[in-house]
Design a protein around this ligand. Structure first.
Ligand code: HEC
Length: 173
């Protein structure tokens, strides 16, 4: 009688263990597809948001035909204007240094130098920014840090694109 009871308890433990592990298997499967859906959404937002135009070297020149492995590594080509000279940040290294929530809070409040359209990030929904973070993070860190921004008085030692407004002779201001 005692043995039968022990066997029953053992059988119950095995059945429970099997059920538990298959449930966890399902949960892991769901997590996995939820994560890849988030990464896919992030990729989509980065593409339609035009982030590669500045943050990926040669993206415009190559009409967008740049492998994803080279995306968002920042650029050593400066943008010079009345604000000084700014360099598109290496976003791959940036997200690698920050936790998701920390990055989301940062980009929702910071105001960058031109020509970064920071207001576009302020207007994005919380889960869109989380998706962008997940996508960039999925690419892994790569490339060098971009040079630090320069004040208007400094002459850049890197190549740069001039954004200086030009007023034609005799034209209106
Ligand atoms: C027209 C060019 C341009 C486009 C388009 C652009 N960026 Fe930027 N971005 C820059 C530049 C230049 C900087 C550096 C600004 C500075 O030094 O303050 C920057 C800075 C940033 C920073 C801040 C990094 C830091 O260290 O503070 C983030 C985050 C960022 N960009 C994300 C994005 C995302 C996401 C997109 C697409 C939705 C995007 N950018 C589109 C040019 C651009």
């Amino acid at each position: 009688m005692l043995w039968t009871l022990r066997l029953l308890v053992l059988a119950a433990v095995i059945v429970a263990a099997l059920l538990f592990s298959s449930e966890r298997g399902v949960a892991r499967g769901e997590d996995h597809s939820a994560v890849s859906a988030k990464v896919d959404r992030g990729r989509y937002l980065v593409v339609i948001g035009g982030c590669n135009d500045c943050h990926t070297p040669m993206f415009g020149e190559r009409a967008g035909q740049v492998p994803e492995s080279e995306w968002l590594v920042g650029a050593p080509m400066g943008f010079s204007g009345p604000w000084g000279t700014s360099y598109p940040t290496n976003l791959r290294r940036m997200v690698d240094r920050m936790e998701e929530e920390q990055w989301v809070q940062y980009v929702r409040t910071y105001e960058a130098l031109p020509p970064m359209p920071w207001w576009a990030l302020h207007a994005m929904k919380h889960d869109d920014l989380q998706a962008i973070y997940a996508f960039i993070r999925s690419l892994g860190p790569a490339g060098e840090e971009a040079p630090a921004a320069l004040p208007p008085s400094a002459v850049p030692s890197t190549p740069y694109i001039s954004f200086m407004p030009v007023f034609p002779q005799g034209g209106s201001k």
